[in-house]
Every structure is written in C-alpha cells, then in structure tokens.
Design a protein around this ligand. Structure first.
Ligand code: HBI
Ligand code: FE
Length: 298
C-alpha cells in the first residue's frame, strides 16, 4: 500500500514523458503476452503454497469466489478473462496499473467498480514479502472477494468515501478502515474464525500468524474504533478486527462522514496493540511477537 525501496523491475512501460503516466487514469495494458516462463513459475509457486494453506483458513466467500474465476496455478491470469466473469457477477472489472497509483486515482477507479491491479510479479527472492502490490497480491488476494456482492458494494463505497475524505482532509482515518477490513480483516463463521483480507490471504506467513499465533489481539469490528487505530505497514498486525457478517461493512455507506470525523478527531488515537474500554475482545493477544521485535530493534 505504500512506496517501497524494493521496487521490482516492471515489465510493462509505465511512465510517459517526464515520469508522468501515459494515460491520465494510470492504466496500462497488462501485457499478458510478455510474461516470461520464469514469471509464470513464480505465480505457480505462490499459488500452490497458498492454496494448500487456505482450506479451513479462508472464509467461504473467498473460496467460492476463487472457484468461479479463471484462476489456476499454471499461469498468471489474463485480466480480460477475469473481468468478463466478474462483470457478469458483480459488475466489477480489473484494470492493469504499473504499481501504486495516487490516492485520488485509486479511489476514482474503485468508485467506478474498476479494481487497479499491478501487472508485475515479485522476484523469486521476494516470495514472502514486498510492500508494493503485485499481480499475486492483487489478483489472488483481492479478486475472489470482489465476486461477493456485499464486498463488491463495500469497496465501491470505499472509493466514493475516499474521494469525500480527501476533500475533508481525513483520508488517514478512512484508509485505516480499508486496511483493517479489505486488507487484514477476519470474519467469524459458524465453523470458526476465517480470513477475508487480501493482505493476509496473499501472505503465507501472515495467514498462519493471524489465526494460529497467540500474540495478536482479535477484536470485534467497530467502524469508529477502527478509524482511531494506527496500523503497521511493515510487519504483521498486532490487532485483527473481526466481523460477524459482511453486512456490517455497509455501515460505511450509511454513515454521514462529517460528524463522524468530528467525533473521532476529539478522541485519542490508538496504537496498533491497544485494547480499550468498549472493545469486544475475542482473543487478548500475548503481544509476545511484537515485544520480541521491538527488543531486537532496540
Ligand atoms: N494503488 N495500485 C494501488 N493499490 C492500492 O492498494 C493503493 C494504491 N494507491 C493508494 C492506496 N492504495 C491507499 O493508500 C489508499 O487506499 C488510501
Ligand atoms: Fe491490497
């Protein structure tokens, strides 16, 4: 979600004259024909590793979305074929971008049911971690959930909300909602706690950490609480917010932003690991993982 020094060599021409994008909306051709066998191979490695891990960990909506899509191990998916299937089901399509795009460009796409997906794939020495969203994160992580009608509406609402938040100067608060839901959200199903966030679903190590490690907190989702909470971009989350039902997310669409942001601005910001009065805590984490990391850094 943020700029990184570990920029991967991009396979598609991104910038035009003077580093500006060739098209105003920052889209590029996916350039599917230009992927090398080695790049399809990286996709296969990631795909197979993650697919083995997700039964019993990914939520039903993710598994169902994946099953309906032309996505497999053997090759990086072609965005044109994905878009056809998505368009029929939820009216979404995938557009290719060279990497991170400016906030207002990102929101404009989402508000129009276009999901910008990176067209490049990470290098073989970056399998476990890179900060910039590549085709594995964007397609494997995000696209299955965009097949779910409620999530499809929610992400569009986030795009529209993002444009309003920019004009109100409160984007950081709204970005936290995206982070703790679309990227790192968990959902409580009748058969147990499951992953729906793309940042988790596309990460081998975090898929294990968020569910199986005693270190992180699991706290019931609450829109205002989440808007007050800072997040980590460079490590596992200290707190995961848990939905009972995806319908809870539609609160974002019903909310009048101006008074909400006024209220939030008067309250203290919360650190990623904080537990506060009013939280419905499902797991009080030990915090051991991040304590150890901080000791190592000191
Ligand atoms: N661009 N391609 C891409 N993908 C993102 O997830 C993304 C982005 N630009 C801005 C952005 N995310 C976020 O910082 C906003 O959600 C706030
Ligand atoms: Fe993402």
């Amino acid at each position: 979600m943020n700029a990184s020094e570990t920029r991967t060599v991009k396979h598609g021409a991104a910038a035009g004259e003077g580093g500006r994008p060739a098209r105003a909306d920052w889209t590029v051709d996916q350039g599917w024909e230009r992927y090398e066998p080695e790049q399809h191979g990286i996709w296969k490695t990631l795909f197979e590793r993650q697919t083995r891990l997700l039964p019993g960990r990914a939520c039903d909506a993710f598994v169902d979305g994946m099953r309906r899509l032309p996505i497999g191990a053997d090759q990086i998916p072609d965005f044109r074929r994905l878009s056809e299937v998505m368009m029929r089901r939820t009216g979404w399509q995938i557009v290719a971008v060279p990497g991170l795009v400016p906030d207002e460009v990102f929101f404009e796409h989402l508000a129009n049911r276009r999901f910008p997906a990176g067209n490049f794939i990470r290098r073989a020495d970056q399998l476990d971690y890179l900060e910039e969203p590549d085709v594995f994160h964007d397609v494997f992580g995000h696209v299955p959930m965009l097949m779910n009608p409620v999530i499809a509406d929610y992400i569009q609402a986030y795009g529209a909300g993002g444009l309003r938040a920019l004009s109100l100067g409160v984007l950081p608060h709204l970005a936290r909602v995206y982070w703790y839901t679309v990227e790192f959200g968990l959902v409580m199903q009748p058969d147990g706690l499951r992953i729906y966030g793309a940042g988790i679903a596309s990460s081998y190590t975090e898929s294990l950490f968020c569910l199986d490690d005693p270190s992180p907190n699991h706290v019931a989702f609450d829109l205002e609480r989440v808007m007050r909470t800072e997040y980590r971009i460079d490590d596992f989350q200290e707190t995961y917010f848990v939905l009972d039902d995806f319908e809870e997310l539609l609160a974002l669409d019903r909310t009048d932003f101006a008074p909400l942001y006024e209220r939030i601005r008067r309250q203290p910001e919360l650190q990623p690991g904080d537990i506060v009065a009013g939280d419905r805590v499902l797991q009080r984490g030990t915090g051991a993982y991040h304590r150890e990391r901080r000791r190592g850094a000191a």
